[in-house]
Design a protein around this ligand. Structure first.
Ligand SMILES: [Zn+2]
Length: 80
C-alpha cells in the first residue's frame, strides 16, 4: 500500500497515511481538520536522505567518543 504525505493547514503538521490508490484521505489524523493538502513524493525522498545523514553523524559521534575513551585509557596506563 503506498504511503501518502499530507499537510494540515489547521494545525500546520504533516502526517502520512497508507492508502489504496482508490482511497483518499479526507481529514487530518492529528486534529481531524479537513483542510489538508497532499504533499508530493519527492519530500519522502528528502526525509530518507536526512535519516541517512543523521545516522552518519551519529556514527561519527560514536567513533569520536571511542577515540576519546581510548586516549583516556592510554593516558591512565602511561601514568602507572
Ligand atoms: Zn491537523
Amino acid at each position: 500500500m503506498p504511503r501518502y504525505l499530507f499537510n494540515c493547514e489547521q494545525c500546520d503538521e504533516q502526517f502520512s497515511v497508507f492508502l489504496n490508490v482508490s482511497e483518499s484521505c479526507s481529514s487530518c489524523s492529528i486534529c481531524g481538520s479537513t483542510k489538508i493538502t497532499k504533499i508530493f513524493k519527492s519530500r519522502e525522498k528528502n526525509e530518507k536522505q536526512n535519516v541517512v545523514g543523521m545516522l552518519m553523524s551519529e556514527h561519527i559521534k560514536e567513533t569520536r567518543e571511542e577515540i576519546e575513551q581510548m586516549k583516556k585509557t592510554l593516558a591512565e596506563e602511561g601514568q602507572k
